[in-house]
Design a protein around this ligand. Structure first.
Ligand code: ZN
Length: 255
């Protein structure tokens, strides 16, 4: 694949080669290539494909800088995450973990299936302008397969997280088949003990930036060790979309 692209570059297809170098889609759909740096960076996502339009013109985009949230009594979230078999995929943009069983999140709005979770460095969500070094996004779908709820968990620098150790050890190459994790993964070990959260309406933070996604940002951070963060950053030095305008939205802060 890489060799072919290099040959193409020498033949004059410079744009194709640069898309490859910025970590674009491993599937080879260059028309939909996007990245975090260079000519297909987040400021261009909305122009890269017709179905990416919300990245450019959406009014409820994520991530947000949480600053000035409104205190509220929020319903508790119920995580029905059991130790499960899962596969790890390297999407070319992040490490994505897909459980092979039905794990669910119950909110006041309904019950949703955990489709996958993945990581960003630095955390995309900011707090008074400040980011954490790493975040995990737990992506939940309704029974029509639409992404409707994302739970974000922050990681600050500290002790190693045992679940991250398992995940960052099992890392397929971009575009390779997803790799099964040995044994069962304790997904609940990637959730904080305190369930206080912020919530607001938003979008996917990667193309196509689809809206109508409710965000739940957990307040209590977990820890990641410097070695674990370095392992992730070896593959993905930076995979965070910049914060987006609030556009009149209200962020609610639970207690
Ligand atoms: Zn994400």
């Amino acid at each position: 694949m890489t060799h072919k692209l290099r040959v193409a570059a020498f033949a004059g297809a410079i744009a194709m080669a640069s898309a490859s170098a910025t970590g674009a889609e491993p599937s080879g759909h260059d028309a939909h290539a996007w990245s975090y740096e260079g000519t297909t960076d987040p400021s261009h996502w909305g122009e890269l494909a017709p179905d990416f339009f919300q990245c450019g013109t959406g009014k409820r985009q994520s991530p947000l800088d949480i600053d000035g949230a409104t205190p509220a009594h929020l319903a508790a979230l119920t995580f029905r995450y059991r130790p499960t078999r899962a596969k790890v995929a390297n999407t070319g943009h992040t490490i994505e973990v897909r459980p092979t069983s039905d794990e669910t999140l119950v909110t006041s709005a309904g019950s949703y299936r955990l489709a996958q979770f993945h990581f960003h460095t630095p955390s995309e969500t900011r707090f008074h302008g400040k980011a954490y070094p790493l975040s995990a996004h737990f992506v939940h779908q309704d029974n029509q397969g639409r992404v409707v709820a994302v739970v974000a968990v922050m990681f600050r620098m500290g002790k190693p997280n045992p679940q991250l150790a398992t995940l960052f050890r099992t890392l397929p190459r971009p575009g390779a088949q997803p790799v099964p994790i040995p044994g069962r993964l304790n997904i609940a070990g990637l959730l904080p003990t305190s369930q206080n959260y912020y919530t607001f309406p938003g979008s996917l933070t990667t193309p196509p930036c689809t809206e109508d996604v409710q965000w739940y940002v957990m307040k209590q951070p977990l820890t990641v060790s410097p070695q674990q963060l370095a392992a992730f950053r070896t593959r993905y030095p930076m995979n965070a979309r910049p914060v987006q305008p609030l556009d009149g939205r209200e962020v609610l802060s639970g207690d």
